[in-house]
Write a protein that binds this ligand. Structure first.
Ligand SMILES: Cc1cc2nc3c(=O)[nH]c(=O)nc-3n(C[C@H](O)[C@H](O)[C@H](O)COP(=O)(O)OP(=O)(O)OC[C@H]3O[C@@H](n4cnc5c(N)ncnc54)[C@H](O)[C@@H]3O)c2cc1C
Length: 526
């Protein structure tokens, strides 16, 4: 039987450095795509190493709209197979991670006479396509029913609405739970290790990676039967480390979200605007006691780990939200702004990324590097299944069946709501409560505006491979995305608690707080 490890970076890294024989698969990139592949491959019994250059989820996978959805817009574009696949995955994700995925009502407000029959019919079809994985029937709403659900909606000219149901989740939390699942299945996953190059066999095929431990600057080499590039928007940069001549596969496009307090959307339902002026959909969504509004679709030329919003994007969201909300949001109401980069597969008209495919692509370069890109969070499991099917053939591994359709994700708990603000931890919540009982100072809130306490910092540092203050405030908790100024105020206490856990000096704490403040500036709108 294979040895499985808890999430502990030192132990994971030792396992990598001690190993001389090739891994069955090395995966580059610790976002939804890479970690999904690690879960799939490890649960089939393959020997898997995943390397992430920063923290797990540092890329797009912690900056999504947080919807588990079939994609109503793709239905309108006629991409029925993508919608059916995503609706099935939506159902499987709720089944396998009920502590993190829940149903959410989306109301499409109607201001024109034709909107009710048009969207009413479209959303009926959307619901029918979900078959046994349905989340609840769509329904026409009268004007008063619409306002009952969305009390802050603009009333001028409002005729009624259509409600349909999709899923909502916490993206970074699901990712951390997937890392734990992969580790439990025997995978080795290390954050803060950057792949900087490749090694080749005598035929010129890639047979390993050269990587650097970002914390110590130690360089090492690891052998693999197949190398999988799951680096999202960075896919072409990694492909060009192996072959500088390869043509581009990815057309990166960034999307921003603005976060406001709950008063802008006080109910339990979301607003879905099906047609913005740039032919996209816009959502206003209740999330962790706040209101999330997004998103944009702006083609960019070079991807960055800390992308910034443009003034135009901020104005676009404020302007579009003002058309629908009675309480008009302004810049000074923005508690946080966060930006993600879509790894769209770049065929067709590059200036209009809204029309690019949301399907995933598996591409194998002549040197044997397998790249998986595109798709979306909702379909990560299906993407991983497809990828491991192909990677195992490429690596000449024995065929083994995928088991992830019924594999519970770490933290699985059917009644996690009973844990209150710790619900997202699912089955881990009682252990965090134990920390608070043992040391009541850890139960104190880190900031009055947010529900996070010291026990979560200790837990994430001890058990979830958090290495920096940013890891805690951006991804183990969601403080930075919910309220950037509150997160900045929390940083010194977080650094202090982490330093105790990791045995770090005061100089480390100061450097961490400074580094976090620098990153957090990008989330504040002046
Ligand atoms: C604004 C926006 C909203 C979205 N909303 C939704 C939604 O609501 N629902 C949905 O289903 N999907 C949504 N998506 C899509 C979804 O978020 C992405 O498809 C998904 O997160 C991509 O994951 P990934 O793992 O491919 O990329 P990433 O999460 O970016 O991961 C790639 C990782 O590779 C690492 N990496 C890069 N180079 C190296 C290297 N040399 N060595 C080691 N590691 C490296 C990076 O650090 C990064 O962590 C949204 C996307 C955007 C941009």
């Amino acid at each position: 039987m294979r040895e499985t490890l808890k999430m502990n970076r030192a132990e994971m890294l030792n396992r990598v450095l001690d190993r001389r024989e090739p891994w069955d698969m090395i995966i580059i990139g610790g976002g939804a795509t890479g970690v999904g592949v690690a879960v799939d491959a490890a649960s089939r019994g393959y020997e898997v190493l995943l390397l992430e250059q920063n923290d797990f989820g540092k890329g797009t996978s912690s900056r999504s709209t947080k919807l588990v959805h079939g994609g109503v817009r793709y239905l309108e574009q006629g991409n029925i197979s993508l919608v059916i696949e995503a609706l099935k995955e939506r159902g499987l994700l709720r089944q396998n991670a009920p502590h993190l995925v829940h149903d959410l009502g989306f109301v499409v407000p109607n201001y024109e006479w034709w909107e009710a029959p048009f969207y009413g019919l479209g959303l009926k079809v959307y619901n029918l396509l979900s078959g046994k994985y349905g989340f609840g029937p769509s329904q026409l709403l009268s004007r008063s029913e619409t306002l009952e659900r969305l009390p802050t909606l603009k009333t001028d000219g409002l005729r009624g609405g259509v409600i349909y149901y999709d899923g909502q989740f916490d993206d970074a939390r699901l990712l951390i739970n997937l890392v734990a699942t992969a580790a439990e299945q025997g995978a080795t996953l290390v954050n803060y290790v950057q792949v900087t190059g490749f090694s080749r066999d005598s035929d010129g095929f890639l047979d390993g990676v050269v990587a650097i431990d970002v914390e110590t600057q130690q360089e090492f080499h690891a052998l693999a039967k197949v190398v999988i590039n799951a680096t999202g928007a960075f896919s072409d940069l990694v492909r060009r480390m192996a072959d500088p001549q390869v043509p581009s596969l990815i057309a990166p496009s960034q999307g921003i979200h603005l976060v406001f307090d709950r008063s802008f959307l006080p109910g339990d339902d979301a607003i879905m605007v099906p047609h913005t002026s740039d032919r996209r959909v816009l959502f206003a969504i209740p999330w962790h006691g706040h209101t999330l509004v997004g998103t944009t679709d702006t083609p960019i030329s070079v991807p960055s780990l800390d992308p910034l919003p443009t003034e135009q994007e901020v104005q676009f969201i404020l302007h579009t939200a003002a058309q629908y909300l009675d309480k008009v949001p302004t810049k000074s109401d923005v508690l946080s702004v966060f930006v993600g980069i879509r790894p769209l597969v770049g065929t067709g008209d590059r200036m209009n990324t809204a029309t690019l495919s949301r399907d995933h692509t598996i591409h194998i370069d002549q040197n044997g590097l397998l790249t998986i890109a595109g798709g979306k969070w909702t379909t990560y499991r299906n993407m991983a299944e497809d990828c491991v099917n192909q990677a195992s053939v490429l690596a000449r591994l024995p065929e083994r069946l995928c088991i992830t359709t019924t594999l519970n994700i770490h933290g699985f708990h059917r009644y996690a709501v009973k844990f209150g603000s710790l619900a997202v931890y699912g089955a881990d919540a009682p252990e965090i409560q134990d920390l608070m009982r043992t040391d009541p100072t850890l139960a104190t809130l880190l900031h009055p505006a947010l529900p996070y306490c010291g026990a979560e910092v200790v837990w994430a540092t001890r058990r979830e491979m958090a290495r920096t203050v940013e890891d805690i405030l951006a991804r183990r908790t969601r403080a930075l995305l919910l309220n950037a100024r509150a997160a900045i105020a929390m940083a010194p206490r977080v650094a202090e608690l982490m330093a105790e856990e990791l045995g770090k000096e005061e100089t480390w704490q100061t450097a961490q707080v400074t580094a976090f403040q620098e990153i957090a500036k990008g989330y504040v709108i002046a």
